[in-house]
Design a binder for this molecule. Structure first.
Ligand code: NDP
Ligand code: PMR
Length: 419
């Protein structure tokens, strides 16, 4: 009875439609089919519930990971990181500063390098976080490359401002008897260390004006600042004289900015002097109107860096020892990186028009101790004891010579076509 009742509601139509060679289903078959159908419905219902629960869970998780307002800004592939451009991040000071910046977690570093393959290798060896580091090609020995780089940078940054620009890359060619020339016809050290950085700065500065904490840092040196033993007591001494060479365009065969005969070591020192003068000029002209802080630094004598690759092997061996134990001016690459990092990161280094230097004797490997941890500056203590050893150093009369700075500004603009 029960069986026939449960069969009857299926109705004859469906059963009678079945092909005749199939056996006519019995009531027990139909009951099994009914049970199977109910099970299917139950299964689908369960699946539906599970799926809905999963969607809710995803929504909830998305809420937890919801980006903060600053992260959601239009075109913000960099999140809340500040954008830092540093030339020459594939070695020495540039490499170690990049490491410190990546460790601090607040920055996206754009490494402007002449050799992308080398940079890739270095980044791998040093364990750079590639989410926050981008290498871009820049050969400072070519104005065309500077222009291309800035065009790429403009596209890359989207609507985000550049927050820091560091003119760090350099070459030192003290042993050359004759100058080497770039594709643009300038002496190599002059163009790589100074002219191209001038052009680069003129092109990157407009990308910085929207930043609330923009800083441009020129890497100067004690050897370009002749009011000390290291700068004024070791020949040849940096001196741009009346800038006769630069006024004439400083193109082959004129190598030196002063127009005198070529001297490789002096050329390097002259470029450091010119960078420090430029930093002051930028401060005078643009700090008030743009809010950008312009400074130069002497990071210490990084006597073991590859900068001295063109010096003789004996010099490379004994120079660090001399600097460590005789002059006391030695600084390890890592600590030098921490010093430059400080100028990019420390709130007190928003001061413009300054030539930063550090007190302290020879130390290696202690730089990272001085890094900021949880808002506290640690690694304190006396000479060479970390961040508190920074000071605003005096600049030589040559660096501060206003007439000469004006002339330098004018001639460099003409030579580089920056204006
Ligand atoms: P390094 O030689 O280690 O670094 C120089 C960087 O400049 C390298 O990454 C190099 O690239 C890059 N570079 C060279 N030529 C070009 C080019 N044509 N285009 C783009 N990049 C180029 O020297 P340091 O780290 O010691 O020097 C860094 C800065 O510190 C320099 O400005 C130097 O004048 C300054 N300084 C150094 C002192 C020292 O004692 N060493 C003292 C005071 C200041 P690559 O890796 O491909 O060679
Ligand atoms: Mg120099 C007493 C301080 C002092 C300092 C801080 C430096 C820094 N040097 C000092 C003294 C001396 N140096 C003395 C007494 C001598 C022997 C005459 C001397 C020599 C010397 C040479 C040959 N120093 C050098 C060289 C280089 O080839 C380096 C150079 O000039 O590169 C451009 C150099 C340096 N000494 C310095 C620093 C920082 C350098 C590296 C230069 C730089 O990158 O700016």
């Amino acid at each position: 009875m029960l069986e026939s009742k449960s069969c009857s509601h299926l109705g004859p139509f469906k059963l009678s439609q079945r092909p005749s060679f199939r056996p006519v289903p019995t009531c027990s078959d139909l009951a099994a089919f009914q049970a199977f159908k109910e099970m299917l419905v139950l299964r689908f219902a369960l699946l539906f519930i599970l799926q809905a629960a999963q969607v809710e869970a995803w929504k909830w998780m998305a809420k937890i990971k919801a980006p903060s307002f600053s992260r959601m800004q239009k075109g913000s592939k960099f999140g809340d990181k500040k954008l830092v451009v540093i030339t020459g991040t594939s070695s020495g000071l540039g490499k170690h500063t990049t490491k410190a910046l990546l460790q601090a977690n607040d920055y996206h570093v754009i490494g402007a390098v002449r050799d992308l393959e080398k940079m890739k290798l270095v980044a791998e060896l040093e364990g750079f976080d590639m989410e926050r580091f981008t290498a871009m090609e820049l050969d400072l020995a070519s104005f065309e490359s500077v222009k291309k780089f800035t065009e790429e940078l403009e596209k890359f940054r989207g609507d985000r401002p550049i927050d820091r620009l560091v003119c760090n890359a350099a070459v030192y060619q003290p042993t050359l008897a004759y100058p080497k020339w770039t594709v643009d016809g300038h002496e190599q050290q002059l163009q790589i260390n100074y002219l191209s950085h001038f052009l680069l700065t003129s092109k990157v500065m407009p990308m910085m004006t929207d930043s609330s904490d923009a800083r441009v840092v020129m890497i100067g040196s004690v050897t370009g600042n002749d009011n000390t033993v290291g700068g004024g007591g070791v020949y040849p001494i940096a001196d741009l004289k009346d800038l006769d060479g630069l006024e004439l365009g400083c193109k082959k065969p004129i190598a030196m900015m002063d127009g005198y005969n070529f001297n490789g070591a002096k050329m390097y020192k002259d470029t450091k002097l010119a960078l420090m003068m430029t930093s002051n000029m930028l401060h005078e002209r643009f700090h008030r109107s743009t809010g950008i802080a312009f400074s130069s630094i002497y990071p210490g004598c990084i006597a073991e860096s590859p900068l001295f690759r063109e010096k003789r092997p004996w010099f490379r061996k004994y120079f660090p020892i001399f600097m460590k134990y005789i002059t006391g001016g030695f600084v390890g690459e890592q600590e030098a990186g921490t010093r430059l990092f400080q100028v990019l990161h420390d709130p007190k280094c928003t001061k413009s028009g300054v030539y930063w230097s550090w007190n302290g004797g020879p130390r290696e490997g202690r730089g990272m101790e001085a890094m900021e941890k949880g808002g506290q500056i640690v690694g304190a203590g006396g000479a060479g004891g970390g961040w508190e050893s920074i000071f605003e150093n005096d600049q030589s009369d040559k660096v501060l010579n206003k007439d000469l700075v004006q002339k330098l500004w004018q001639s460099t603009n003409e030579v580089t076509g920056a204006e």
